[in-house]
Design a protein around this ligand. Structure first.
Ligand code: FAD
Length: 345
């Protein structure tokens, strides 16, 4: 019997559930139903070139086509739009970038992601200077809509409950939870896995992140903009801007005043129009030290699997990685050594 128990309905667990559904494999996905989670707060940005040094995102050429196909297919299936390819304008922040970027943008790995035309922006909306470039193959995922619509589609294969590690028993033949039998369990619980006794050796280095929701009249600007912070214009006239990284934090939804002020300042500096702040949301990104993700089965519990460490790139990476994990669990395909749980014990 193959029936898989997934614990956690964030970006990781949801992509996994869809992959199983597409293979015709029964599953039960269980989530504790918190109002605010990492996946619900996430901006869902998918960006090829990131950071001050304009690095191409890890395995972007592999992950992006898979993510594109996956979200389009699921969106069609659910008759719901949640995936939005968008232009992404990176503007120079300071003199260091002014010196380094022109050379970097001519390098062969970055070239394919740079739009040939210099972006034009309205100085009445976006404050000067406007030097920068536009990225190709960027997008954003409306994670709340995607997660909600998926949960609705899963129907009875979704359940709200908190599962503690001790509630799940495994033996040679399978997994038992709440009187039900499964062939495997996959823990896809995000940063909360740092407390799980079976995965105690994994070096989680989680970071709190905060995103602002604000109102500003951006006229017809629909592109994602970035100078110091990024901003996503939304169809309802609001925008989201972020994000912060706090490595020390007092609670999973509590941003420090300093981080909030710094983000607000960056947003106001980016825009030439008045900004009205509406909300601030914070959550914890699951980051594993030295890893871009970690997945596979437990070294001494072959029916217990793990899917985690998506860091700040869950939207981009979850679809491909979920497929990889399913191929491992169902077909015995080896997990890529770079993110195999068993190679990292
Ligand atoms: C401020 C911020 C901005 C971000 N921006 C982006 C972005 O632009 N682009 C991008 O790709 N990513 C972004 N991310 C990162 C992205 O959100 C993560 O990569 C992704 O959400 C991780 O998904 P996950 O499923 O592993 O974890 P989670 O979203 O944490 O999901 C885990 C789920 O498991 C549930 N759970 C945990 N324990 C249990 C239990 N014992 N029983 C039952 N259920 C349980 C939780 O309630 C939760 O619903 C951002 C994150 C933050 C915080």
């Amino acid at each position: 019997m193959t029936r898989i128990l997934i614990i956690g309905q964030g970006l990781a667990g949801t992509a996994l559930a869809w992959r199983l559904h597409e293979r015709g494999v029964p599953f039960l996905i269980v989530d504790r139903g918190e109002a605010v989670t990492c996946s619900k707060v996430a901006a869902g940005l998918i960006t090829p070139v990131t950071g001050m040094r304009l690095k191409v995102s890890w395995r972007f050429e592999t992950f992006y086509p898979e993510a594109l196909r996956f979200y389009r297919r699921i969106g069609k299936r659910l008759a719901t739009r949640f995936f939005f390819p968008r232009g992404y304008v990176r503007l120079l922040k300071d003199d260091t970038e002014r010196q380094k970027w022109p050379k970097r943008l001519r390098e062969s790995d970055v070239g394919p992601f740079v739009h040939p035309h210099t972006p034009r922006l309205d100085p009445a909306v976006i404050s000067l200077p406007h030097e920068g470039f536009q990225q190709r193959h960027a997008a954003w995922l409306d994670t709340v809509t995607y997660l909600e619509a998926s949960r609705h589609f899963f129907g009875d294969a979704f359940q709200t409950a908190v599962i503690q590690p001790g509630d799940v028993q495994d033996d040679a033949d399978g997994i038992t939870w709440s009187g039900q039998r499964f062939s495997h369990v996959v823990w896809a619980q995000g940063w909360q896995a740092a407390q799980h006794p079976l995965f105690h050796w994994i070096p989680f280095q989680n970071a709190l992140g905060t995103i602002l929701t604000a109102k500003a009249d951006l006229q017809n600007e629909r592109r994602i903009l970035n100078r110091g912070c990024w901003l996503i214009p939304r169809a309802d006239g609001t925008l989201r801007a972020g994000s912060t990284y706090e490595w020390q934090f007092t609670g999973p939804h509590t941003a420090s005043a300093a981080a909030l002020t710094a983000l607000e300042t960056k947003l106001r500096n980016l825009l030439a129009v008045p900004v009205e702040l509406l909300d601030a949301q914070s959550a914890v990104r699951p980051i594993i030290k030295g890893k871009q993700a970690l997945l596979g089965t437990h070294p001494s519990h072959p029916r217990v699997a793990f899917f985690n460490g998506l860091g700040s790139k869950g939207s981009l990476r979850a679809p491909w990685l979920a497929k990889h994990l399913v191929e491992h669990l169902l077909d015995g395909k080896p997990v890529d050594t770079e993110f195999d749980l068993q190679g990292n014990t």
